[in-house]
Design a protein around this ligand. Structure first.
Ligand SMILES: NC(=O)NC1=NC(=O)NC1=O
Length: 174
């Protein structure tokens, strides 16, 4: 990907291309467009990270609440974003048996009830066994630690989505 192509994008095209690198939070890409010209992909990522870290706890929790549950309602109803559909499918969330689906529903509900935001993990870097183990383990965290942990996962998802975009031909995305 030629960073000069990215730097030459109008903000409409920039947001169209990068608007979902943080799930359902196009505001973040709309905001960091102001920081162009970007040196490279890492620079774009650094500005996104800086934006997220500058948010108050309520803002970080807002980002988490924009994420669909793993194997949840959106997956069942086919309303996941393209990125989430690919990620969840790759992590085995679309081929759970009844018992596994029930376990994910129960753990997700317990986690949401406890923290007030959904469990978020970078699905591309985990299989279903990892996800169940992490969900069970992270339930024991205190809220502040778990919020930070979940935001780290959001940043991993963002990093992989950014790479996906820049590795594909930008022109076909606009
Ligand atoms: N709750 C989640 O962790 N959701 C997701 N993680 C991903 O990597 N893709 C998702 O949709």
């Amino acid at each position: 990907m030629d960073i000069n192509v990215v730097n030459a994008l109008t903000y409409e095209d920039f947001v169209k291309l990068f608007g979902n690198v943080i799930e359902k939070c196009p505001l973040i890409s709309a905001a960091i467009w102001s920081h162009r010209p970007f040196k490279d992909l890492a620079d774009i990522e650094a500005h996104i990270t800086e934006f997220i870290h500058s948010l108050p706890d309520s803002g970080k929790e807002g980002i988490l609440r924009c994420h669909p549950d793993l194997a949840g309602r959106d997956l069942q109803s086919g309303t996941l974003t393209r990125e989430s559909q690919e990620e969840q499918s790759q992590a085995g969330m679309t081929t759970l048996d009844t018992a596994e689906g029930l376990q994910m529903y129960r753990l997700n509900s317990e986690y949401k009830e406890h923290f007030g935001f959904p469990f978020v993990i970078c699905a591309r870097l985990n299989n279903k066994a990892d996800i169940v183990r992490q969900l069970s383990e992270r339930l024991k965290n205190d809220r502040a630690a778990e919020r930070e942990r979940a935001i780290e996962e959001v940043k991993k998802i963002c990093s992989l989505r950014l790479r996906n975009i820049v590795l594909s031909d930008i022109q076909t995305k606009l």
